[in-house]
Design a protein around this ligand. Sequence first.
Ligand code: AKB
Length: 316
Amino acid sequence: MERILIIGCSGQIGSELTLALRKIYGNDNVFATDIKQPPKDILESGPFNTLDVMDYNNLLHFVVRFKITQVYNLAAVLSGNAEKIPQQAWEINMRALMNTLELARDSDAKKLFWPSSIAVFGPTTPRHNTPQLTVMEPNTVYGISKLAGERWGEYYNRRYGVDFRSLRYPGLISYKTEAGGGTTDYAVEIYYEAVRSNSYTCFLSEDTALPMMFMDDAIKATIQLMEANPDKLSLRSSYNVGGMSFTPKEVVEAIRKHQPDFSVSYEPDFRQAIADSWPASIDDSQARADWGLNDVYTLDSMTEVMLQEIRKKLNK
Ligand code: AKB
Protein backbone atom coordinates (compact mmCIF):
# COMPACT_ATOMS: atom_id res chain seq x y z
CA MET A 1 0.00 0.00 0.00
CA GLU A 2 1.54 3.29 -1.09
CA ARG A 3 1.17 6.36 1.13
CA ILE A 4 2.15 9.51 -0.68
CA LEU A 5 3.29 12.91 0.58
CA ILE A 6 2.90 15.89 -1.75
CA ILE A 7 4.99 18.91 -0.79
CA GLY A 8 3.68 21.99 -2.60
CA CYS A 9 0.10 20.83 -3.27
CA SER A 10 -1.15 24.40 -3.79
CA GLY A 11 1.10 25.21 -6.74
CA GLN A 12 0.60 24.81 -10.47
CA ILE A 13 1.66 21.14 -10.63
CA GLY A 14 0.62 20.10 -7.12
CA SER A 15 -2.97 21.28 -7.44
CA GLU A 16 -3.54 18.84 -10.32
CA LEU A 17 -1.13 16.04 -9.42
CA THR A 18 -2.65 15.61 -5.93
CA LEU A 19 -6.11 14.97 -7.36
CA ALA A 20 -4.77 12.60 -10.05
CA LEU A 21 -2.86 10.58 -7.42
CA ARG A 22 -5.88 10.48 -5.11
CA LYS A 23 -7.89 8.89 -7.93
CA ILE A 24 -5.29 6.14 -8.31
CA TYR A 25 -4.14 5.51 -4.73
CA GLY A 26 -7.26 6.56 -2.76
CA ASN A 27 -8.02 9.92 -1.17
CA ASP A 28 -6.80 8.96 2.29
CA ASN A 29 -3.41 7.74 1.04
CA VAL A 30 -2.35 11.01 -0.56
CA PHE A 31 -1.26 13.59 2.02
CA ALA A 32 -1.34 17.10 0.58
CA THR A 33 0.90 19.69 2.23
CA ASP A 34 2.00 23.27 1.58
CA ILE A 35 2.69 26.50 3.43
CA LYS A 36 -0.10 28.09 1.34
CA GLN A 37 -3.81 27.34 1.51
CA PRO A 38 -4.72 24.72 -1.15
CA PRO A 39 -7.65 24.85 -3.60
CA LYS A 40 -11.05 23.75 -2.24
CA ASP A 41 -11.12 20.40 -4.08
CA ILE A 42 -7.85 19.33 -2.42
CA LEU A 43 -9.11 20.37 1.02
CA GLU A 44 -12.39 18.54 0.51
CA SER A 45 -11.10 15.34 -1.08
CA GLY A 46 -8.48 14.20 1.44
CA PRO A 47 -5.96 15.13 4.13
CA PHE A 48 -4.23 18.53 4.07
CA ASN A 49 -1.57 19.77 6.49
CA THR A 50 0.54 22.87 6.66
CA LEU A 51 4.14 21.67 6.32
CA ASP A 52 7.30 23.61 5.54
CA VAL A 53 9.81 21.64 3.47
CA MET A 54 12.59 23.79 4.98
CA ASP A 55 11.90 22.28 8.44
CA TYR A 56 13.62 18.86 8.38
CA ASN A 57 12.51 17.66 11.81
CA ASN A 58 8.84 18.29 11.11
CA LEU A 59 9.19 16.62 7.74
CA LEU A 60 10.71 13.48 9.28
CA HIS A 61 8.10 13.46 12.02
CA PHE A 62 5.30 13.69 9.43
CA VAL A 63 6.70 10.89 7.26
CA VAL A 64 7.15 8.53 10.22
CA ARG A 65 3.77 9.37 11.75
CA PHE A 66 1.80 8.80 8.54
CA LYS A 67 3.96 5.88 7.29
CA ILE A 68 4.77 7.67 4.03
CA THR A 69 6.38 5.55 1.27
CA GLN A 70 6.72 8.13 -1.56
CA VAL A 71 7.35 11.88 -1.69
CA TYR A 72 6.68 14.37 -4.48
CA ASN A 73 8.69 17.48 -3.65
CA LEU A 74 7.29 20.28 -5.81
CA ALA A 75 8.52 23.28 -3.81
CA ALA A 76 10.64 25.71 -5.86
CA VAL A 77 11.31 29.34 -6.71
CA LEU A 78 10.91 29.56 -10.53
CA SER A 79 13.29 31.20 -13.00
CA GLY A 80 11.95 34.78 -13.18
CA ASN A 81 11.45 35.16 -9.43
CA ALA A 82 14.79 33.50 -8.67
CA GLU A 83 16.67 36.17 -10.65
CA LYS A 84 15.22 38.83 -8.29
CA ILE A 85 16.48 37.04 -5.14
CA PRO A 86 19.38 34.83 -6.28
CA GLN A 87 20.88 33.81 -2.90
CA GLN A 88 17.49 33.20 -1.31
CA ALA A 89 16.29 31.22 -4.32
CA TRP A 90 19.42 29.03 -4.20
CA GLU A 91 18.92 28.48 -0.46
CA ILE A 92 15.24 27.55 -0.85
CA ASN A 93 15.62 25.34 -3.93
CA MET A 94 18.62 23.44 -2.61
CA ARG A 95 17.51 23.15 1.02
CA ALA A 96 14.10 21.84 -0.08
CA LEU A 97 15.75 19.17 -2.20
CA MET A 98 18.44 18.19 0.30
CA ASN A 99 15.83 17.84 3.06
CA THR A 100 13.81 15.38 0.99
CA LEU A 101 16.91 13.46 -0.13
CA GLU A 102 17.97 13.12 3.51
CA LEU A 103 14.41 12.15 4.40
CA ALA A 104 14.54 9.35 1.84
CA ARG A 105 17.83 8.17 3.30
CA ASP A 106 16.61 8.30 6.92
CA SER A 107 13.08 6.90 6.55
CA ASP A 108 10.91 4.42 4.63
CA ALA A 109 9.94 7.14 2.12
CA LYS A 110 12.58 5.90 -0.30
CA LYS A 111 10.87 6.93 -3.54
CA LEU A 112 11.25 10.63 -4.35
CA PHE A 113 10.00 12.68 -7.31
CA TRP A 114 11.64 16.07 -7.85
CA PRO A 115 11.03 18.28 -10.87
CA SER A 116 13.97 19.47 -12.89
CA SER A 117 13.58 21.79 -15.87
CA ILE A 118 14.76 22.71 -19.35
CA ALA A 119 16.51 25.51 -17.40
CA VAL A 120 19.41 23.09 -16.76
CA PHE A 121 20.57 23.96 -20.27
CA GLY A 122 22.29 27.21 -21.14
CA PRO A 123 23.43 29.39 -24.02
CA THR A 124 26.20 26.98 -25.07
CA THR A 125 23.79 24.01 -25.36
CA PRO A 126 22.57 23.07 -28.87
CA ARG A 127 19.21 24.90 -29.06
CA HIS A 128 17.25 22.64 -31.38
CA ASN A 129 16.25 19.11 -30.50
CA THR A 130 18.49 19.40 -27.42
CA PRO A 131 19.87 15.94 -26.55
CA GLN A 132 19.59 14.23 -23.17
CA LEU A 133 23.37 14.32 -22.74
CA THR A 134 24.99 17.54 -23.94
CA VAL A 135 26.80 20.71 -22.88
CA MET A 136 25.13 22.15 -19.76
CA GLU A 137 26.18 25.62 -18.66
CA PRO A 138 23.02 27.24 -17.24
CA ASN A 139 23.39 30.94 -16.49
CA THR A 140 20.31 31.50 -14.32
CA VAL A 141 20.22 30.79 -10.58
CA TYR A 142 17.18 28.57 -11.12
CA GLY A 143 18.97 26.57 -13.83
CA ILE A 144 22.10 26.23 -11.71
CA SER A 145 20.01 24.94 -8.78
CA LYS A 146 18.19 22.45 -11.03
CA LEU A 147 21.43 21.11 -12.52
CA ALA A 148 23.04 20.79 -9.08
CA GLY A 149 19.84 19.11 -7.86
CA GLU A 150 19.94 16.52 -10.62
CA ARG A 151 23.52 15.65 -9.71
CA TRP A 152 22.59 15.32 -6.00
CA GLY A 153 19.62 13.11 -6.88
CA GLU A 154 21.77 10.77 -8.91
CA TYR A 155 24.39 10.77 -6.14
CA TYR A 156 21.85 9.77 -3.46
CA ASN A 157 20.57 7.02 -5.75
CA ARG A 158 24.02 5.56 -6.36
CA ARG A 159 25.44 6.10 -2.89
CA TYR A 160 22.42 5.50 -0.62
CA GLY A 161 19.89 3.64 -2.79
CA VAL A 162 17.33 6.48 -2.76
CA ASP A 163 14.77 5.84 -5.53
CA PHE A 164 15.18 9.31 -7.04
CA ARG A 165 13.13 10.06 -10.17
CA SER A 166 12.94 13.32 -12.08
CA LEU A 167 11.74 15.02 -15.28
CA ARG A 168 13.15 18.10 -16.98
CA TYR A 169 9.80 19.80 -17.44
CA PRO A 170 9.36 22.25 -20.28
CA GLY A 171 6.99 25.20 -19.71
CA LEU A 172 3.79 23.77 -18.22
CA ILE A 173 0.44 25.13 -19.34
CA SER A 174 -2.68 24.73 -17.24
CA TYR A 175 -5.97 26.48 -16.51
CA LYS A 176 -6.55 25.35 -12.94
CA THR A 177 -3.84 27.18 -11.01
CA GLU A 178 -1.94 30.01 -12.65
CA ALA A 179 1.84 29.65 -12.78
CA GLY A 180 3.95 32.05 -10.72
CA GLY A 181 7.31 33.60 -11.45
CA GLY A 182 8.46 31.53 -14.44
CA THR A 183 9.72 32.53 -17.88
CA THR A 184 7.28 30.27 -19.71
CA ASP A 185 4.34 31.79 -17.79
CA TYR A 186 3.39 34.00 -20.74
CA ALA A 187 1.89 30.87 -22.32
CA VAL A 188 -0.57 30.59 -19.41
CA GLU A 189 -1.24 34.32 -18.95
CA ILE A 190 -2.01 34.80 -22.64
CA TYR A 191 -5.04 32.48 -22.42
CA TYR A 192 -6.34 34.13 -19.25
CA GLU A 193 -5.99 37.60 -20.77
CA ALA A 194 -7.57 36.45 -24.05
CA VAL A 195 -10.66 35.47 -22.07
CA ARG A 196 -10.57 38.42 -19.64
CA SER A 197 -9.83 41.30 -22.01
CA ASN A 198 -9.25 39.91 -25.53
CA SER A 199 -5.78 41.49 -25.48
CA TYR A 200 -2.34 40.70 -24.04
CA THR A 201 1.06 42.32 -23.65
CA CYS A 202 3.69 39.62 -23.95
CA PHE A 203 6.99 39.82 -22.00
CA LEU A 204 8.83 37.72 -24.63
CA SER A 205 9.36 38.67 -28.27
CA GLU A 206 7.05 37.13 -30.87
CA ASP A 207 9.63 34.70 -32.31
CA THR A 208 10.89 33.19 -29.04
CA ALA A 209 10.43 29.43 -29.44
CA LEU A 210 10.33 27.36 -26.23
CA PRO A 211 9.36 23.78 -25.38
CA MET A 212 5.96 23.56 -23.64
CA MET A 213 3.59 20.88 -22.37
CA PHE A 214 -0.09 20.80 -21.45
CA MET A 215 -0.57 19.90 -17.78
CA ASP A 216 -2.61 16.73 -18.51
CA ASP A 217 0.35 15.32 -20.43
CA ALA A 218 2.80 16.41 -17.71
CA ILE A 219 0.77 14.72 -14.95
CA LYS A 220 0.47 11.56 -17.01
CA ALA A 221 4.24 11.53 -17.66
CA THR A 222 5.05 12.13 -13.98
CA ILE A 223 2.90 9.25 -12.77
CA GLN A 224 4.20 6.99 -15.56
CA LEU A 225 7.78 7.68 -14.49
CA MET A 226 6.99 7.07 -10.82
CA GLU A 227 5.21 3.80 -11.62
CA ALA A 228 7.90 2.56 -14.04
CA ASN A 229 9.81 -0.59 -13.21
CA PRO A 230 13.14 0.59 -11.72
CA ASP A 231 15.02 -1.78 -14.04
CA LYS A 232 13.77 0.25 -17.01
CA LEU A 233 15.27 3.51 -15.77
CA SER A 234 18.64 3.96 -17.42
CA LEU A 235 18.93 7.48 -15.96
CA ARG A 236 18.83 8.54 -12.33
CA SER A 237 19.47 12.21 -12.94
CA SER A 238 16.49 13.62 -14.89
CA TYR A 239 14.75 12.79 -18.16
CA ASN A 240 14.31 15.27 -21.03
CA VAL A 241 10.62 15.87 -21.75
CA GLY A 242 9.92 17.89 -24.88
CA GLY A 243 6.18 18.31 -25.32
CA MET A 244 5.56 20.74 -28.15
CA SER A 245 7.53 23.77 -29.25
CA PHE A 246 6.04 27.14 -30.24
CA THR A 247 6.52 30.91 -30.25
CA PRO A 248 4.22 33.60 -28.81
CA LYS A 249 3.23 34.48 -32.39
CA GLU A 250 2.06 30.90 -32.97
CA VAL A 251 -0.04 30.91 -29.77
CA VAL A 252 -1.66 34.15 -30.93
CA GLU A 253 -2.55 32.53 -34.26
CA ALA A 254 -4.02 29.53 -32.43
CA ILE A 255 -6.13 31.80 -30.18
CA ARG A 256 -7.31 33.84 -33.20
CA LYS A 257 -8.91 30.71 -34.64
CA HIS A 258 -11.39 31.11 -31.75
CA GLN A 259 -11.20 34.89 -31.16
CA PRO A 260 -10.30 36.51 -34.52
CA ASP A 261 -9.95 40.03 -33.05
CA PHE A 262 -7.61 39.01 -30.18
CA SER A 263 -4.92 41.71 -30.00
CA VAL A 264 -1.34 41.38 -28.74
CA SER A 265 1.66 43.64 -28.23
CA TYR A 266 5.23 42.70 -27.29
CA GLU A 267 7.30 44.30 -24.53
CA PRO A 268 10.21 41.95 -23.78
CA ASP A 269 11.59 42.32 -20.23
CA PHE A 270 14.43 40.64 -18.26
CA ARG A 271 12.88 37.22 -18.93
CA GLN A 272 13.78 37.50 -22.63
CA ALA A 273 17.45 36.83 -21.81
CA ILE A 274 16.44 33.77 -19.77
CA ALA A 275 14.32 32.41 -22.63
CA ASP A 276 17.13 33.08 -25.12
CA SER A 277 19.47 30.91 -23.05
CA TRP A 278 17.08 27.92 -23.10
CA PRO A 279 16.44 25.28 -25.79
CA ALA A 280 13.81 25.88 -28.46
CA SER A 281 12.97 22.18 -28.69
CA ILE A 282 13.96 19.01 -26.84
CA ASP A 283 14.86 15.45 -27.82
CA ASP A 284 13.01 13.19 -25.37
CA SER A 285 13.63 9.85 -27.09
CA GLN A 286 15.26 8.39 -23.96
CA ALA A 287 12.08 8.89 -21.92
CA ARG A 288 10.00 7.36 -24.73
CA ALA A 289 12.29 4.33 -24.94
CA ASP A 290 12.80 3.73 -21.20
CA TRP A 291 9.32 4.17 -19.73
CA GLY A 292 6.96 5.06 -22.56
CA LEU A 293 6.54 8.85 -22.46
CA ASN A 294 3.58 9.49 -24.75
CA ASP A 295 2.20 13.04 -24.75
CA VAL A 296 -0.72 13.79 -27.04
CA TYR A 297 -1.66 17.49 -26.92
CA THR A 298 -0.84 19.85 -29.80
CA LEU A 299 -0.95 23.66 -29.70
CA ASP A 300 -4.43 23.60 -31.31
CA SER A 301 -5.97 20.92 -29.10
CA MET A 302 -4.51 22.57 -25.98
CA THR A 303 -5.77 26.02 -27.04
CA GLU A 304 -9.29 24.70 -27.41
CA VAL A 305 -9.30 23.22 -23.89
CA MET A 306 -7.56 26.24 -22.32
CA LEU A 307 -10.07 28.76 -23.72
CA GLN A 308 -13.07 26.60 -22.93
CA GLU A 309 -12.03 25.88 -19.34
CA ILE A 310 -10.91 29.44 -18.54
CA ARG A 311 -14.23 30.79 -19.87
CA LYS A 312 -16.04 28.40 -17.52
CA LYS A 313 -13.79 29.34 -14.60
CA LEU A 314 -14.20 33.10 -15.13
CA ASN A 315 -17.91 32.82 -16.05
CA LYS A 316 -17.33 34.40 -19.49
C1 AKB B 1 10.06 28.54 -15.57
O1 AKB B 1 9.74 29.20 -16.57
O2 AKB B 1 10.83 28.97 -14.69
C2 AKB B 1 9.54 27.14 -15.43
C3 AKB B 1 10.45 26.13 -16.04
C4 AKB B 1 10.59 26.02 -17.50
O3 AKB B 1 11.07 25.39 -15.33
N1 AKB B 1 8.24 27.05 -16.03
